[in-house]
Design a protein around this ligand. Structure first.
Ligand SMILES: [Zn+2]
Length: 887
């Protein structure tokens, strides 16, 4: 079938003006476009919808229009992707609004802060502040149609001569971020065009429609950027959040794609609702959806709402803005995942279909923003006024971050809260608050601020879903149906970062930190002229980074497995590092250590003797010499690209140590000689089919010769299957009784006396535990082992999925971390009742010696989304101390 490209003018003829009462024009005529605004074709050399534009082309088009229409468009860059591509947005509006753009942020902040502006002043502001909508496209690089729709939307707003468009821009600023994930899109586009033959294939089995690993969805480090809005680890989202703080919009839309057999999804969103989203915001979502529906009806486009895509987890792009008072939502278009796609009903979905629909919903939303300007502004004000009031009335008025056991985590959390736009206070000398004395450099957050709900949604230990919704999900589970929860149910940052946060009823008045709170507070060297050596405590992330940096710098580093008390410098916990002058024969040693302390945040203490009063001496057998290990991670099919990416990111960018990514085809066919540590991330399909008997033997021989194999999450299940780990996985505790072996079709009658008994009766035998969408669970740590040197006795882990392992028997290895007892096990989120009973005392971390080497098995990955910072020290021990123990 020949595919006919359609130009903008023909395309626009498909769009009908909505029939809303307040719309001024009822015209069904095609739009008339101003000739002096360049469309895509003269700038890029092809008509819109005929090509999946590269990130360079999209940037080029936006730049061209911002230069030729500078009175009405301003382009602002907010960062660079990992691969160096620009991250940017444009503000589009009438010239008088663009001229006022430098004041936009300050006006919105004033409007949204009752501590700064009175009711009267706010009313005054509302007369002049424009409405606003922020349209974000292409966060998933293989969801291709939305960035094209962004170009079309920009062109339309600038070139269309209709009264509607003029009136929108007269009172509304439209922010367009056309491409949130340029690296992912670049990956998709290059591979898509590399597979195309004589014609664009619509067959879903074709190479065009099946991307190789890793797909274009994720960014360079293979993160799903649409989950990163709470931990802000990736430049794409860090920059986006900073941009939204500078230019807070009233409406925010994140435009996606979904499976090609679907239609179009827009707001209102599905249950469960996050309780910190207000009724008023949900009403606005309804307005937007209702107006979109008018436009879609007018154009004859199918759509649906409400059934899927909840906003419970705050780490989506379409959730995060909600907690600062914007009204955020997600749109989803069926994806052609190429130029055309044959749907199950036999029809063909084209790339242009997606572009048109995203274009239509974009315009409809702009119209809502414009028509509802006054209501949106006053509700924004109300939202933030009520936030300050609720914070002021809260019985936990002040949040205090002063965790002497985890200074690195405390610093990271304070820095992150500030990055989220939360006001953080600090003290330059010790203060007494709520009968407790806090040292200088502690952090305090007053809840009575406009971002009150954002603070709560990030810090609360538990946020409950509606009881009736949870009951419904339990019913579905009983009928072996999937639950309707779209993402994790627990994400409390203090728990994930292992930082003790205290709350106090009192109001605390301290200076709000004006400058940037750096995520790492520079460490220092005390007594740099020390004669004998230096001691570095390594029980938090600063210490973990220090190990990595010192080994990379070629220093001789030793690590004590036990605590010790130095005669002058005091007591140090297990895991502490020792660098002696004798072994580091370098006149610049103190200088090098000063640089490392500054970069990593670890403090270094110089000592003039090695005499200890208690615990091992520097030359003890309980002090291990570390050598810089070569660390590798399994890469490519069947590895989960997310898990591989998170793992590589955590080691490379959070610990600062390089990782060799080895494709599984190499892993099963090459020698592992020279590799010290091999990580097997979680996998999509089992590793079992990838390892032949001989390649598995090769791997096992490598471990037995001294290799450290680390399995993460479900890779631990594979280790059991492969005979590398001497335990087993468990069925659900209450799975039904297996049938007896009798072959008869007739069996004695069983009386069933209640509905509950019926439920018991029909339970599947040998059933796997119910799948957990993602909760936080408490873990206890056995501190009497070198691998847990310096690790606290309690940690919080993720629990996702349904793999539960039996503990290792003591003759096979050690269970070094296990899920907490009874009701203590759940730290945050939702665990199904059966698995909650099953989890206590089951292992999270096991170590099994194999010959000279060992297997370190995490049953839940500590690198999940790179936001479980509390696990960095344990991971560092696994990577740096374990290989020292095998030598
Ligand atoms: Zn998406």
């Amino acid at each position: 079938m020949k595919w006919q490209p359609t130009g903008v003018l023909a395309l626009a003829a498909l769009i009908f003006t909505p029939l809303v009462a307040s719309a001024q024009s009822q015209s069904e005529q095609p739009y008339t476009y101003q000739a002096d605004v360049p469309s895509v074709e003269p700038v890029l050399g092809y008509e819109i919808g005929t090509k999946i534009s590269s990130p360079d082309a999209i940037y080029h088009y936006f730049l061209a229009l911002s230069e030729s229409q500078s009175e009405r468009v301003k382009l602002i860059e907010y960062g660079r992707s990992w691969e160096g591509r620009p991250l940017f947005f444009v503000a589009v509006s009438a010239p008088h609004n663009i001229a006022q753009l430098p004041d936009y942020g300050a006006n919105m902040r004033a409007l949204g802060d009752p501590r700064e502006t009175s009711k009267r002043e706010a009313e005054q502001l509302m007369r002049t502040v424009p409405s606003s909508v922020w349209l974000s496209y292409g966060v998933h690089g293989n969801e291709i149609s939305s960035p094209e729709a962004a170009m079309m939307t920009l062109y339309h707003l600038l070139a269309d001569t209709s009264e509607d468009t003029k009136s929108w821009l007269d009172n509304t600023v439209v922010f367009i971020d056309p491409l949130q994930n340029p690296d992912g899109r670049a990956r998709f586009v290059s591979r898509y065009y590399a597979t195309v033959g004589l014609m664009h294939d619509a067959d879903r089995r074709s190479a065009e429609h099946n991307e190789p690993w890793p797909q274009g969805r994720s960014n360079h480090y293979l993160f799903d950027l649409n989950r990163d809005w709470i931990a802000l680890t990736q430049p794409e989202i860090k920059g986006h959040v900073a941009a939204l703080r500078d230019f807070p919009p009233l409406l925010f839309v994140d435009l996606h794609e979904m499976g090609g057999d679907s239609s179009y999804y827009f707001t209102p969103e599905a249950r469960p609702y996050n309780p910190y989203i207000t009724e008023s915001q949900r009403e606005i979502l309804h307005w937007v959806g209702r107006n979109n529906a008018e436009w879609f009806d007018g154009a004859g486009y199918d759509y649906y709402t409400r059934e899927i895509f909840d906003a419970f987890y705050p780490g989506y792009g379409a959730s995060w803005p909600l907690y600062s008072g914007s009204v955020a939502m997600t749109y989803e278009m069926a994806s052609a995942r190429g130029h055309q796609f044959e749907r199950k009903d036999g029809s063909t979905l084209t790339y242009l279909d997606g572009v048109e629909r995203h274009f239509t919903s974009s315009l409809a939303t702009i119209e809502t923003a414009s028509i509802r300007r006054e209501e949106l502004l006053s509700r924004y004000r109300e939202y933030r006024v009520s936030a300050v009031e609720q914070g002021r009335d809260s019985d936990k008025r002040t949040v205090i971050l002063a965790d002497a056991n985890n200074k690195a985590g405390q610093q990271r959390l304070a820095s992150l809260m500030q990055e989220h736009g939360i006001e953080v206070m600090s003290n330059s000398s010790a203060v007494e608050v709520c009968d407790t004395r806090y040292p200088k450099g502690s952090y305090f957050v007053d809840l009575a601020q406009p971002n009150y709900r954002l603070i709560r949604v990030l810090l609360d230990e538990q946020i409950d879903m509606a009881t009736d919704f949870v009951e419904q999900q339990k019913q579905r589970k009983a009928n072996l149906l999937n639950d309707q929860i779209y993402d994790v149910t627990g994400w409390s940052l203090p728990l994930m970062f292992d930082v003790d946060v205290t709350y106090c009823d009192d109001t605390v008045t301290l200076p709000i930190v004006d400058g940037t709170i750096e995520p790492i507070a520079p460490g220092r060297v005390i007594n740099p002229a020390a004669q004998v050596g230096f001691i570095v405590q390594a029980d938090d992330a600063n210490g973990s980074r220090f190990i990595a940096a010192a080994l990379r710098a070629g220093l001789a580093v030793k690590q004590s497995e036990l605590p010790f008390t130095h005669e002058k410098a005091g007591t140090f916990p297990a895991g502490t590092l020792i660098l002696t002058r004798a072994e580091n024969n370098d006149s610049d040693l103190a200088k090098t250590l000063e640089r490392l302390a500054y970069d990593t945040g670890a403090d270094v203490v110089g000592v003039d003797s090695s005499w200890v009063l208690d615990g091992p001496n520097f030359g003890s057998e309980n002090v291990q010499s570390l050598t810089a290990p070569r660390i590798a991670v399994a890469w490519d099919e069947p590895v989960s690209s997310l898990s591989a990416g998170h793992t590589r990111f955590v080691i490379e960018r959070q610990l600062g140590y390089p990782v060799t990514a080895i494709r599984t085809t190499q892993l099963v066919s090459s020698s592992l000689e020279g590799i010290d540590v091999l990580l097997m991330p979680e996998s999509q399909a089992s590793y079992t089919t990838y390892f032949s008997a001989s390649s598995l033997k090769n791997l096992r021989d490598w471990v037995e010769r001294g290799g450290v194999l680390i399995t993460l999450g479900n890779a631990t299940g594979w280790a059991v299957e492969a005979g590398l780990l001497s335990t087993h996985m468990e069925y659900a505790t209450h799975s039904g009784v297996a049938d007896d072996a009798s072959e008869t079709v007739l069996k004695p009658a069983q009386q069933i006396e209640s509905e509950d008994a019926l439920k018991e009766h029909i339970k599947a035998s040998e059933k796997m535990p119910d799948y957990v969408p993602g909760a936080l669970v408490n873990v206890n740590v056995d501190q009497n082992h070198w691998l847990t040197a310096g690790i606290q006795s309690e940690l919080v882990a993720t629990f996702t999925g349904n793999q539960v392992f039996a503990p290792l028997s003591i003759d096979k290895g050690r269970n070094l971390a296990w899920f907490a007892a009874g009701d203590e096990v759940l730290a945050s989120g939702l665990l199904w009742p059966e698995i909650k009973q099953q989890l206590p005392f089951k292992p999270q971390l096991m170590v099994e010696p194999l010959g000279e080497g060992m297997l370190i098995a995490y049953t839940q990955s500590p690198t999940y989304r790179a936001y479980m910072d509390g696990w960095l020290p344990l991971l560092a021990n696994s990577l740096f101390l374990a290989p020292a123990k095998t030598k």
